[in-house]
Design a protein around this ligand. Structure first.
Ligand code: NAD
Ligand code: TYD
Length: 356
């Protein structure tokens, strides 16, 4: 049994689906179902007895304590977070609340559960708390700077990355102070199925298909290091099984790309797979807009530690992953419509009223 927080979000849902495709070990998913949490991503598990879903907040100590007591997971994997930089600029409070205060409460609940295993020897020794974090905690690189290694100084620049940095420090402190068996992963930008269409790649696909402008911030030459979400999930499984306690692992696929190149690639794929009715090219929808405040120029992950020490490697190249992603959004227009619609929110409130 494992407990996965943020299990209805983009990476959490992909992780649960992949986990149950490979293991028979039950997953308890805990998710607040904010705007970013979408149970439709987990619809294929609706009648699967290996999947238990609970709506709730990682900061709800009573609920989390009760779940831990009832299900006795051997690991907790913490995906739950507010995750979008632009939202953190316009309203940082939820980021502080969930990413910092929420992680703190979750750590306290997990510490109480783990400490209570005294006398259970192997079970206590084998327990893991895996915290999923981001490369954005390291700040921004200039052209030619070496990629982020695990020893790089933390220099977060957005309220989002600052809140994630704080949570990483708390996780580290719980290991050093209380001996909690933690692992931390810092991953580059993910893309793939079930990503909420506010992040660069799904937003561009969805807007292109809707005939809307494709908003490129500033000059579009900012660089991100892209990893297909299923490769992130395989890295987390690898770190969970083989990672050394208290260690940090940077996860990335050596795929640095400028934003404008990504948008051009998406446009070209759509021209091929779903040509515009008027025979024009999707790239004509590109619109350069005002830059994001404090916009980090470049991220790049040095993934040699996880490759060398744990033997992890990504399966997808950017070319194969982006094609799969565009195709997924073409095949799942209903998912996009639902996640953006008010009726889905009403359904959540009706069926999962109360906690969350
Ligand atoms: P997401 O926004 O798609 O999903 C986050 C999920 O957490 C949602 O389902 C939401 O309902 C849930 N949630 C939010 N607050 C909660 C709370 N207080 N209690 C319980 N659940 C709550 O995010 P994502 O892209 O899937 O990211 C997952 C994790 O991975 C985050 O911690 C993020 O920082 C990290 N990460 C993301 C990326 C990326 O490119 N998306 C890259 C590296 C690391
Ligand atoms: P995003 O997907 O928000 O991820 P992050 O900010 O966590 O890296 O953005 C990826 C890059 O794309 C980032 O440099 C900002 C840029 N961007 C745009 O140019 N236009 C957009 O509409 C969005 C959402 C992002």
């Amino acid at each position: 049994m494992i407990l996965v927080t943020g299990s209805a979000g983009f990476i959490g849902a992909n992780f649960v689906l992949d986990w149950l495709a490979q293991h028979d070990e039950t997953v308890v998913g805990l998710d607040k179902l904010t705007y970013a949490g979408n149970l439709e991503s987990l619809a294929s598990l609706k009648d699967d007895p290996r999947h238990i879903f609970v709506r709730g907040d990682i900061g709800d100590a009573e609920l989390v304590g009760q779940l831990l007591k009832q299900h006795r997971p051997r690991a907790v994997i913490n995906f739950a977070a507010e995750s979008h930089v632009d939202r953190s600029i316009h309203g940082p409070e939820d980021f502080i609340q969930t990413n910092i205060v929420g992680t703190f409460h979750l750590l306290e609940s997990v510490r109480a559960y783990w400490s209570g295993m005294t006398g259970e020897g192997v079970i206590q020794d084998n327990f893991r708390f895996l915290h999923v974090s981001t490369d954005e905690v390291y700040g921004s690189l200039a052209k030619g700077d070496p990629a982020f290694s695990e020893t790089r100084r933390y220099e977060p620049n957005s309220p989002y990355s600052a809140s994630k940095a704080a949570s990483d420090h708390l996780v580290r402190a719980y290991h050093h102070t209380y001996g909690l068996p933690v692992l931390t992963t810092n991953c580059s930008n993910n893309y793939g199925p079930c990503q909420f269409p506010e992040k660069l790649i799904p937003l561009m696909i969805v807007n292109a298909l809707a005939g809307k402008p494709l908003p490129v911030y500033g000059d579009g030459q900012q660089i991100r290091d892209w990893l297909y979400v299923k490769d992130h999930c395989s890295a987390i499984r690898c770190v969970l099984e083989k990672g050394h306690l208290g260690e940090v692992y940077n996860i990335g696929g050596w795929n640095e790309k400028a934003n404008l190149d990504i948008v051009h690639t998406i446009c070209a794929l759509l021209d091929e797979l779903r040509p515009r009715a008027d025979d024009k090219f999707y790239r004509e929808q590109i619109a350069f807009v005002a830059d994001r405040p404090g916009h980090d120029r470049r991220y790049a992950i040095d993934a040699r530690k996880v490759e060398r020490e744990l033997g992890w490697k990504p399966a997808e190249t950017f070319e194969t992953g982006i094609r799969k992603t565009v195709q997924w959004y073409l095949d799942n227009q209903g998912w996009v419509d639902n996640v953006q619609s008010g009726s889905y929110r009403q359904w959540v409130e009706k069926n999962y009223a109360g906690r969350g």
